[in-house]
Design a binder for this molecule. Sequence first.
Ligand code: GTP
Ligand code: MG
Length: 138
Amino acid sequence: IERSLVIVKPDGYRRGLTGEVLRRIEAKGYTLVALQVMTPDRERLAQHYAEHEGKPFYEPLVEFMSSGPATFAIIEGQGCIPGFRSLAGATNPTEAAPGSIRGDLGRDWGLKVQQNIVHGSDSPESAAREIGIWFPEA
Ligand code: GTP
Ligand code: MG
């Protein structure tokens, strides 16, 4: 069965939106198969965001992501990889459609990195890779 790696990023955690995000995942019909709250370390963030290394937002992104607790989840269900991306909405919360997590709950805070509440794997390859980074036992 298809699985995706979802993160409620530190902004979502600080704003108390973890339950709201998990509620939307469950309401959609996806299953939570693993859940962990932790402050991500820079070493694993560098692996996770390897594709963005060298881009102007890379350092601020790693800084922001390691700034406090975040919630990591493995979700499961047919189509859950594109399905969660659709629940999340566009990367830029200003442009994300109302009805999506970022569209309903996110905004531009004028910071160096887009604080957009959630992460979701973008392909089966990314999902397998990211699950291996954050849930090595899975
Ligand atoms: P994730 O689900 O978090 O991976 O978001 P995404 O797949 O919609 O975006 P992407 O993987 O391209 O970028 C990862 C993260 O880097 C985004 O979620 C943003 O937090 C940040 N980011 C991406 N593009 C930009 C950008 O152009 N400017 C800034 N400031 N931040 C960006
Ligand atoms: Mg991405």
